[in-house]
Design a protein around this ligand. Structure first.
Ligand code: UD1
Ligand code: UDP
Length: 373
């Protein structure tokens, strides 16, 4: 059985790593053949290369070198590149993950060539078509042949849209990745030493990540978020560690508001970190403030309280179990403080709704069973 895997961004590399590792193992035993197509949507060292290294993943057989561009141009280039590879390789199935432009391009190229599409993390919905990710999710789900929603809620979303066949609820591979790698990370002296350069032992901090288009590409909203962050650090008298996504850095510079953060001694802006360092930062934070999908999940798994600066989330499970609160009115710091107060007082005894950490293996077994291996 020949499997193609299309990936391109930081979260795809992380969340597909349990599946890639499993296929690497089986490749030798069962003669299973697989290959990676990297679109290179992410290409900066700290969004790309570092994860291949840390997660011990093989170098992709194909790198399409697409890089950054407008939505249509980026997706179009990927579509062309993936198609060319698939015509030569002719795998039986192609695996895509999540909701990025790489996901959509991989799924579309495959389905037009009548190659079966496997969508991991299927069925997530924010019901907000302003997000490019929501469009990618819906389209990918509707052209997929095997769908792996992480939870029953995600499965129900698919059924409501008339998708009924070959749906398997398997949990989310982020649990596999988090549990496997936090253990490794905690054993790495150099990672701990590196973190101590940013934050002294036992000092409390909040961890911040922001990168969503709806937060970064609107000057007023990004400025409100920055003002809110500055007031929060003052109100709680706490350090805020901010590993900054290049998109956000670019926008803060463009809008001339980066200096407000840089000149405040409580705000520690750092480069995006590798996975080991980030997991440790998440686990030990007093609270996480984010707009990331994966970070909402990891906060829940690692039992760190989280607030999400968005109007909606495609991870409603985190709200239901009580690990996360949405705050949309970022212009009103009282709203943010109210949510933080609730979260830092809350018992961290919520139950992780994303599975037991065996999703990667389960997905591979289901696929092998389908193809009678
Ligand atoms: C993409 C995904 C988003 C995902 C995020 C993970 C889409 C539509 N968006 O957003 O769903 O949550 O990845 O991080 O697919 N840049 C660099 N170096 C890089 C990559 C990007 O500097 O390696 C900068 C460029 O200025 C680029 C901007 O970031 O224009 C945005 O990159 P892009 O790939 O378009 O989207 P992300 O914001 O990374
Ligand atoms: N992450 C990381 N270093 C960072 C920020 C995030 O390793 O500096 C990891 C994080 O642990 C999570 C993933 O990146 O697994 C989330 O990616 P991102 O927020 O870019 O995308 P999203 O999940 O929103 O699509």
């Amino acid at each position: 059985m020949k499997i193609g895997i299309v990936l391109g961004t930081r979260p795809e590399i992380i969340k597909l790593s349990p599946i890639i590792r499993k296929l690497e193992e089986l490749k030798n035993n069962l003669g299973i053949d697989y290959f990676l197509i990297h679109t290179n949507q992410h290409y900066s060292k700290y969004l790309d290369e570092i994860f291949f290294k840390e997660l011990n993943l093989p170098k992709p057989k194909y790198n399409l070198n697409v890089g950054s561009a407008s939505q249509g141009k980026q997706t179009g280039k990927m579509l062309e590149g993936v198609e060319e590879v698939l015509i030569n390789e002719r795998p039986e199935v192609v695996i895509v993950h999540g909701d990025t432009n790489s996901t959509l391009a991989g799924a579309l190229a495959s389905s037009k060539l009548k190659i079966k599409v496997v969508h991991i993390e299927a069925g997530l919905r924010s019901y907000d078509r302003n997000m490019p990710e929501e469009i990618n999710r819906v389209l990918t789900d509707h052209i997929s042949d095997y769908l792996f929603p992480p939870t029953e809620i995600a499965k129900e979303n698919l059924i409501k849209e008339g998708i009924k066949k070959n749906i398997f609820v398997v949990g989310n591979t982020i649990v596999d990745a988090t549990l496997q790698n936090i253990k490794i990370a905690e054993g790495k002296k150099e990672i701990i030493e590196d973190i101590l350069k940013v934050i002294p032992m036992n000092k409390e901090y909040f961890l911040l990540t922001i990168h969503r288009a709806e937060n970064t590409d609107n000057k007023k909203r990004l400025n409100n978020i920055v003002n809110g962050i500055l007031k929060i650090s003052e109100y709680y008298n706490i350090q805020i560690i901010f590993p900054i996504h290049p998109r956000t850095l670019k926008k803060l510079r463009e809008y001339n508001i980066l200096n407000k953060l840089e000149s405040n001694k409580n705000i520690k802006i750092i480069e995006p970190t590798g996975y080991f360092k980030f997991l440790i930062l998440e686990k030990n934070a007093k609270l996480i403030i984010t707009d990331s999908g994966g970070v909402q999940e990891e906060a829940c798994i690692l039992k760190t309280p989280c607030i999400t600066l968005r109007e909606n989330t495609e991870r409603p499970e985190t709200l239901e179990v009580g690990s996360n609160i949405l705050v949309n009115r970022v212009e009103d710091v009282d709203d943010i403080i109210e949510a933080i107060d609730i979260m830092i007082k809350r018992n961290r005894d919520w139950i992780n709704p994303f599975g037991n950490g065996n999703s990667g293996g389960t997905i591979v077994n289901i696929l092998l069973e389908k193809y009678k291996y």
